[in-house]
Design a binder for this molecule. Structure first.
Ligand SMILES: Nc1ncnc2c1ncn2[C@@H]1O[C@H](COP(=O)(O)OP(=O)(O)O)[C@@H](O)[C@H]1O
Ligand SMILES: [Mg+2]
Length: 359
């Protein structure tokens, strides 16, 4: 392999491995080291089975390709490793014939693609868009609706003064409804806030603890909280109050989703070296290594909601406003981060990826 080829493989974001005849690892690129949490020296020549969960379909897949040849893809394989936790990956395995001395051996090239990275890239585009449209809409509402409304309300008030008592009910109605719409617009106004965030180093664990205590004193009093923090996590450059708002909205949703009995909300943080995301309109890819997860054991996000989950006014709750996640998407976007959701019955995870520090 030339140096260039070597560099290309080592810089790919996805783990690539070559598995030999005896199911041993023959080659592992740089991303594999991160994925499996082991150095290349440790990986190479070691049995592949040592690094994947016991009984994973991946081993059978590799064997099948080894014997039958061709190429097989398998989507959504769970490959939990100590480092990655519950990694969900798409796998592509194809047979390759090594050159040189071991020509007679049958090697299998395995490429893993982490789901969270792929979905995060997707989300990036949609949620940024959603946040933008909310901002524009909120600004529009404030100007185009609030001002004329106060005129309408004032006119109704004047009419009330010299109208017969039987009409007063109608002028009251106009005023009450005008007030109601103003309140609604006021709630939207948080979105039109274009003020740049005031960044300072924020300890996200302190934020999580604060929100957990708030929750335990109120809506989360029956929920069991589990904390799983990476103590080496560097501070987030952000605005503390806004980050509290993000965690509060996510944790409140989690508490509202969990079953009455045995409700469980897990808060976790980790430092992910590999997460890089390409932003549209910019050459560089963002490094978003700080990951904060809020996980619950509720029934999951309803399928029909998923495409618009982060849009405003999307709710399934009788008294819900559907502004919580829209707010979360806006704040995370303002911080240069990304949010994604992975949900199945019994396990819903909202993942927030944040930059370590930003200009
Ligand atoms: N952890 C979760 N589990 C299941 N569904 C969720 C979760 N978080 C959010 N949702 C769904 O997304 C919707 C929108 O959430 P949100 O924007 O916070 O508004 P609200 O909580 O007012 O309904 C919720 O009504 C719910 O259907
Ligand atoms: Mg909510």
């Amino acid at each position: 392999m030339t140096q260039l080829e070597h560099d290309i493989l080592d810089n790919l974001a996805h783990p690539i491995l070559v598995i030999g005849d005896a199911a041993q690892i023959v080659y592992a690129n740089g991303a594999s080291e991160l994925f499996f949490g082991a150095s290349q020296a440790r990986l190479i020549n070691a049995p592949f089975a040592e690094f994947v969960p016991f009984g994973t379909p991946l081993l059978a897949l590799v064997e099948q390709v080894q014997h039958r040849g061709g190429s097989i893809s398998e989507y959504g394989v769970r490959l939990g490793t100590p480092r990655t936790g519950h990694a969900l990956v798409d796998v592509q395995a194809s047979r390759m014939t090594p050159s040189g001395a071991n020509k007679s051996e049958r090697h299998v090239l395995v490429m893993l693609q982490e789901r969270s990275i792929a979905t995060a890239m997707d989300r990036q585009l949609t949620h940024r868009g959603a946040a933008r449209s909310v901002t524009a809409m909120a600004a529009m509402l404030a100007h185009e609706i609030k001002n004329p409304l106060s005129g309408i309300r004032g006119a109704a008030q004047l009419l009330e003064l010299d109208s017969p008592p039987e009409s007063r009910e109608l002028t009251r109605l106009i005023m009450d409804e005008a007030d109601r719409i103003v309140k609604l617009v006021d709630r939207m106004e948080v979105f039109s806030n274009e003020r740049p965030i005031e960044r300072e180093p924020v300890n996200i664990h302190e934020v999580l603890n604060h929100v957990r205590r708030l929750s335990e004193a109120g809506f989360g009093s029956k929920v069991k909280f589990v904390e799983n923090y990476d103590p080496s996590l560097p501070p987030v450059m952000g605005e503390r109050d806004q980050l509290i708002q993000v965690m509060l909205n996510l944790i409140k949703n989690a508490c509202e989703a969990v079953p009455e009995q045995g409700g469980l909300v897990t808060l976790s943080t980790s430092y992910r070296h590999g997460v890089k995301i390409k932003v549209p309109g910019s050459q560089e890819s963002l490094s978003l290594p700080l990951e904060v997860c809020v996980m619950d054991n509720g029934p999951g996000v309803p399928d029909e909601l998923r495409p618009n989950l982060f849009d405003p006014f999307v709710t399934t709750k009788p008294k819900g406003q559907g502004l919580g996640l829209a707010m979360v998407a806006k704040i995370v976007g303002d911080h240069g981060g990304v949010i994604e959701c992975e949900s199945e019955p019994g396990q819903t995870v909202f993942r927030v990826f944040l930059p370590v520090s930003a200009k």
